[in-house]
Design a binder for this molecule. Sequence first.
Ligand SMILES: [Zn+2]
Length: 301
Amino acid sequence: MIKSISKFTVPFAVVAVLSSSVHAQPISVNTLCNKIGAKLSSVSSSECKKLKFNKPRFYSVKGLPLLEKHYPAKKSKKYAPRILFLGGIHGDEYSSVSVTFKWLNTINKYHSGAYDWHFLPLVNPDGLLQKSSSRVNARKVDLNRNFLTNSQQISAISHWKTKAKQRQRYYPGIAPLSEPESIAVHRLIEEIKPTVIVSVHAPHGILDFDGKVTPPNKLGPLRLRQLGTYPGSLGNYGYYIKGIPVMTIELEHAGIMPKKSQISAMWVDLVRWIKVKTKSKEIVALMKETEAKETDKGHAQ
Ligand SMILES: [Zn+2]
């Protein structure tokens, strides 16, 4: 209907309002790259475009595409670890997006096919790309509290009302998976069945880890400090429901980039840990276990 309105018969302001509210034209990856380049001093729009992101499958509340890039493992690598890599789930943690882009550039150049990488460098584009960036998404939901919780646990909303003292920045939403951005991550977890999920945040300056495999004790300058999980968080979901280790990289500053040497040291430690784990019996056992569970599910249906 909106399309049939001629802009020659309707005042410009009305057309502008209509078109901005209905998202008749989905925003392209290139347009989003321009917005990211304008917002972040450490990521240029051409750097973003050069990464040639996959055709968007998921969108934010405001209709921005969630950038997605898949680097598949070689077919011959049956038990290649699958890594789901997330940046910018909190929109005001700028460095988490910028550093993820730097690592994307690295993998883009050196991907060998030994591992299967799946990147979402900006899970919360609405939070980042507004005048004043926010932790929460466009509906004021903390996406990292919007995942499913175990039925034996306190719900995310009850936790927020009591323990989190109803602070707006931790609002978990009306129900788990009420937001398109967390649904996208949830669907990708179902699709990829990652061996490990890596999520980049700031500014606690530590490495957090939830999972049953042995974590690395450092990533570059970040030392391991396991903080525990909150209901509705990705770490909580990965650990208690899916049995997938979740590595949370908490960069030291939200608005200041780590040094180049630190960015590469973190990457080297991460890849080394994955490499060691690939050969270790515990991660292969975990992958086989996931596969067996999936087969069981298939039989039950
Ligand atoms: Zn965060």
